[in-house]
Design a protein around this ligand. Structure first.
Ligand code: MD5
Ligand code: FE
Length: 202
């Protein structure tokens, strides 16, 4: 079922529940080229979440966060976004009421038990007019969804395998995070939660 949790924010429960194997195959294809890595934040903290990406990639270092077309080490483009992810992003965005959505960046987060993502805003993209489509696979998690001010009180939204959330309009810049993931085992994904986000970054 579909749940509007704020203006522009729509949770599509189970939207890709029946497509786990194909989506995981797409993730594994990307990860074979861009292995999972723990990034260091500009503040010097190593993230508990492991990341991979395709399309425009993401980087974090002492100078800040940036998106880039190429791997600065090899000079090569990051791998392309798999078609199944482009199709899913467009379908979900349309159903949530956003115009055709053509993302140019796909970030993948892997949460092992205990991994979390502290409250933050996604504001490194150049285009806040486009939504972000987010896909949850594997272990469940509790999503914290706040307001435009860090101090705004956050709702807690459980997210399960197969759920898709479209974040657009006024919710695009809301503070959000993921509570520490509980120990567990998912039959398809194993002891992890994987989140895929599709974005228009550059
Ligand atoms: C996750 N990832 O579950 C989340 C899903 C990230 C990140 O937060 O930055 O990689 S995306 C949730 C999101 C995106 C944009 C806006 C809002 C939430 N929001 O307004 O709450 O790994
Ligand atoms: Fe985020």
């Amino acid at each position: 079922w579909r749940e509007q949790i704020a203006p522009g924010a729509v949770v599509m429960h189970g939207f890709v529940r029946d497509h786990g194997p194909e989506l995981l195959a797409a993730v594994r294809g990307v990860v074979a080229q861009v292995p999972w890595r723990h990034m260091t934040t500009p503040g010097g903290h190593v993230m508990s979440v492991a990341m991979s990406w395709c399309g425009n990639g993401w980087s974090s270092d002492s100078r800040g966060y940036r998106y880039s077309e190429r791997d600065s080490r090899s000079g090569k483009r990051w791998p392309p976004i798999p078609d199944i992810l482009l199709a899913l992003a467009d379908e979900a965005a349309q159903q949530a009421g956003f115009a055709p959505f053509v993302p140019d960046s796909c970030l993948m987060n892997r949460y092992d038990p205990g991994s979390k993502l502290s409250l933050h805003q996604d504001k490194d993209e150049h285009d806040f007019g486009s939504p972000i489509v987010s896909v949850s696979l594997g272990l469940p998690a509790v999503f914290q969804f706040g307001g435009l001010q860090r101090s705004d009180r956050a709702q807690r939204i459980p997210l399960a395998h197969g759920d898709v959330v479209v974040w657009g309009g006024p919710s695009r810049l809301c503070f959000h995070g993921i509570m520490p993931v509980k120990e567990g085992y998912h039959s398809l994904v194993g002891p992890h939660r994987i989140n895929i986000t599709l974005r228009k970054a550059l």
